[in-house]
Design a protein around this ligand. Structure first.
Ligand code: SF4
Length: 192
């Protein structure tokens, strides 16, 4: 729905915030998803994603969502499906050269990005679309990758801590000598 799409771009900052919350929830669900099996949850999550984002952003389920880098304007709605833009064919008033009654997806993207906190991401060059991911859930893939990284970092932290204790014992006498024994104990006081 074109109007809703324009609304989402106007409210890019709110959607950016909402997206961050959603990602946090999805990452928190990682243990549950792993128990159920990610391939089992793929279909229902992709279904919800398709409905929600289809309504809000005219999403085409490319499987590698870049909305947070494109001012909440979905680049797959560009007739040339450019992942970086705009191209040189923008008409006066910011209209598309292929569909003249439609505002250029990429001029809208820059406007949306200007409203976002992380709007500078639009300056990063995006890689071409990987068609093999078409139809899959971006939400699930991104949150799964993030959760895996967090798990790895936690594991690395635990290992470092576990290694730190034996090491600390080895270097303890040199770096922190034990306190002297109380005199009574060492002089053999037998008055007791
Ligand atoms: S970038 Fe891809 S996943 Fe994101 S809204 Fe557009 S088609 Fe959907």
């Amino acid at each position: 729905m074109y109007r809703v799409r324009l609304f989402a771009i106007r409210k890019a900052r709110s959607f950016e915030w909402l997206y961050r919350r959603l990602e946090a929830v999805m990452v928190a669900c990682d243990p549950l998803f792993r128990r159920i099996g990610y391939n089992r949850v793929e279909r229902p999550v992709a279904f919800v994603e398709r409905i929600t984002k289809g309504f809000l952003f005219d999403c085409r389920m490319c499987g590698q969502c870049v909305l947070s880098s494109t001012g909440m304007s979905c680049p797959m709605n560009c007739p040339k499906q450019l992942r970086n833009g705009p191209c040189g064919g923008v008409r006066p008033g910011g209209f598309c050269e292929v569909i003249p009654e439609m505002k250029c997806v990429w001029t809208l993207a820059w406007q949306g990005a200007a409203r976002m906190k992380g709007g500078d991401k639009i300056r990063e060059v995006l890689p071409p679309v990987d068609r093999s991911l078409q139809g899959s859930s971006s939400w699930l893939r991104v949150s799964r990758e993030k959760a895996a990284k967090l798990r790895e970092a936690r594991e690395a932290g635990r290992t470092a801590l576990a290694q730190a204790f034996p090491n600390a014992r080895v270097i303890e006498p040199a770096s922190a000598p034990l306190a002297e024994e109380p005199r009574r104990a060492t002089t053999g006081d037998t008055r007791k």
